[in-house]
Design a protein around this ligand. Structure first.
Ligand SMILES: [Zn+2]
Length: 246
């Protein structure tokens, strides 16, 4: 029973080693893809923000133009009324009102011309941001392509190993699975052989008495120094079916 469990554990450890090697071949690529995805997202946000700013500016100008037309119309009406006044006081009042309209019109025209300048700057910025975003997108596509090619090369092998791993884990009691995953947080090679009376994970000596006990397969031993699961050298290992069997 314990022997069988140890054999399962050793096999899972071998599979995990193999998976880690395959993962290493992908190297930094998955990271690069993630970083580029983030970059594209933030560049897209910058483009969107500038577009929104341009829309706002256009709206401000449209309103200003409507207001300017209103002011011009009002001013013309008042100027016409000035010919029909009955006294100086009315004339002065109208003059004052026309002055106010003119002052507001000057402000509105200032707003219109400043939106022109702002729009021009924003459009230049938009073009630059769009180019940056597209450039980042191209880099992302290249990396994704590389990653996809590398992964699909390994995919069948990885899937085969993962399914063997799942089968083996299913045969183990839950507490051993938990223990295995716990050790794996510290060491990728969770179960290691004892070689020359030493743990082959950390090379710490294992007392001969423990090795003797271990050979009775009554309980599972872990290295007192590193915590890895230990198994004796003569224990037969289960075969791992590798997709690319050599
Ligand atoms: Zn050790």
């Amino acid at each position: 029973m314990v022997l069988e469990q140890l054999q399962f554990l050793a096999a899972i450890a071998q599979i995990d080693n193999h998976l880690a090697e395959l993962q290493e071949e992908l190297g930094d690529l998955p990271h690069q893809v993630k970083a580029l995805e983030k970059e594209v997202r933030s560049r897209q946000q910058a483009v969107d923000a500038t577009q929104k700013h341009i829309d706002d500016i256009l709206q401000t100008r449209a309103h200003a133009k409507i207001r300017a037309q209103e002011l011009v119309d009002k001013q013309r009406k008042l100027s016409e009324q000035q010919f029909q006044v009955r006294n100086n006081r009315e004339f002065d009042a109208l003059t004052k009102e026309v002055e106010m309209l003119k002052a507001e019109l000057r402000e509105v025209e200032k707003t219109i011309s400043s939106t022109m300048i702002t729009e021009e700057n924003l459009r230049r910025m938009y073009e630059a941001q769009l180019a940056d975003m597209e450039e980042a997108r191209e880099r992302l596509a290249e990396r994704e392509h590389e990653l996809h090619n590398l992964s699909s090369e390994h995919n069948d092998e990885i899937n085969e190993l993962l399914s063997q791993r799942a089968d083996l884990l299913a045969k183990l009691p839950k507490n051993l699975v938990v223990q295995y995953e716990h050790i794996r947080e510290y060491h990728n090679d969770v179960a290691v052989v004892i070689r020359k009376n030493c743990c082959s994970g950390c090379f710490n000596a294992v007392p001969p008495q423990r090795i003797v006990e271990m050979r009775t397969y009554k309980t599972i031993f872990t290295c007192e120094s590193c915590g890895r699961i230990l198994y004796p050298e003569e224990m037969q290992l289960l075969p791992i079916h590798s997709y690319n069997a050599e």
